[in-house]
Design a protein around this ligand. Structure first.
Ligand code: SAM
Ligand code: SF4
Ligand code: SF4
Length: 344
């Protein structure tokens, strides 16, 4: 089968962008994502093979997906990832292939990923202070992350973004240092509001630093900021400082962008979630493994998407007593509620 009319959801949003979580495992324990001592992992046998992932991406592309982002957990923990990248690179209709990583293993993998056809890289780095990362994310591999960013540049990636989740009692004093780092390394830093997603069991509103406050603080130290025109579907708003430094802000908590959202997520075991906050997903692994035809799976994608009404972050805005999304027991009962399983 070659093409079908692309579905729109109930708010006329297209299915444009798919995040593929390739593993639920991680070699970090960021406090805003994996703060607990132990986790319930997806059974190994349930993880989709590269063949299964490639087939699903092909069917999603037929249904309208143009952008794929590999994520996790930590995607670079998945064995032989460049092989998956080169397979997805060949899928007709996929015009943008990106990866989000914590960077620990990037020094080893940047070049093979580039050679396999990866277009863009986002590296998560919240702090420039190794001792903070040790405390906050339980890793002493800060130098490896910096090496990974340098390796990405040397490998020829031109669009490198660095994501920094800003949390009031953690790294709010590093805005200037992170902007200077972005300028000197030739990467664009994006400040991300702390979200009350599954996994963030220590979340509280007083730790969130809003876009408005970020802009005020940056304006005070760096002078006026100018908003740059951009793709209205992109989550980040981009700004420039008077010295030309560009940076982004993702205001997912205080100014969510659900109205334009074309993103959905596939867990490593093939459960398709239509929203970061969705309670349940659709089991595409079952369809794959019972031998459903391409046309049947495309139909399943279409029907599911056409029924989509999700506006998770907006719905959270309306809550008066806002705390963590799930208690730990609810996350243990269904690990697909975790951000590290669902894919950020
Ligand atoms: N492990 C990879 C990484 O950290 O880049 C990929 C997966 S991680 C779940 C993807 C992104 O989600 C990271 O940039 C991370 O900072 C972000 N993230 C996780 N929990 C978050 C939270 N509670 N609020 C905001 N961003 C969060
Ligand atoms: Fe941190 Fe990413 Fe691992 Fe979550 S999945 S603990 S954000 S490195
Ligand atoms: Fe999209 Fe859901 Fe995030 Fe809103 S909360 S932007 S609908 S994924």
């Amino acid at each position: 089968m070659t093409s079908v009319a692309h579905p729109r959801d109930r708010y006329d949003r297209p299915v444009g962008s798919l995040r593929l979580s390739v593993t639920d495992r991680c070699n970090m324990r960021c406090r805003y994502c994996m703060p607990e001592e132990s986790y319930v992992w997806l059974p190994r046998a349930s993880l989709l093979s590269f063949e299964e992932l490639e087939r699903l991406v092909r069917l999603f592309a037929i249904s309208g997906v143009e952008k794929v982002r590999l994520t996790g957990g930590e995607p670079l923990l998945r064995h032989d990832l460049p092989n998956l990248v080169s397979r997805l690179r060949r899928v007709p209709g996929i015009r943008d292939l990106a990866l989000t990583t914590n960077g620990i293993l990037l020094d080893r993998w940047a070049e093979p990923l580039r050679n396999a056809g990866l277009d863009r890289l986002t590296i998560s780095l919240d702090t420039l202070r190794p001792e903070r990362l040790r405390e906050f994310a339980r890793t002493d591999r800060h130098p490896d992350v910096l090496r990974g960013i340098a390796a990405a540049r040397h490998a020829g990636f031109t669009t490198i973004k660095v994501n920094a989740v800003i949390i009031r009692d953690y790294n709010l004093d590093e805005l200037g240092d992170l902007l200077a780092f972005g300028r000197s390394e030739g990467v664009e830093v994006r400040f991300i509001e702390y979200m009350d997603v599954g996994g963030a069991t220590r979340w509280s509103m007083d730790q969130v630093v809003s876009k408005q406050e970020l802009l005020e603080l940056i304006g005070r130290t760096h002078g006026p900021t100018t908003l740059l025109a951009g793709d209205p579907r992109a989550p980040a708003e981009r700004f420039t400082l008077v010295d030309g430094t560009r940076f982004g802000i993702v205001a997912s908590t205080t100014a969510p962008f659900c109205g334009q959202c074309d993103r959905s997520r596939l867990t490593a075991d093939g459960t398709w979630f239509l929203c970061l906050y969705a309670e349940a997903g659709v089991d595409l692994r079952e369809s794959l493994r019972r031998g459903a035809s391409d046309a049947e799976i495309c139909d399943q994608i279409r029907q599911t998407w056409e029924g989509r009404t999700d506006r998770g972050a907006e719905a959270r805005l309306g809550q008066s007593e806002r705390g963590a999304l799930y208690p730990v027991e609810a996350l243990r009962a269904d690990p697909r509620r975790e951000m590290h399983t669902r894919g950020g």
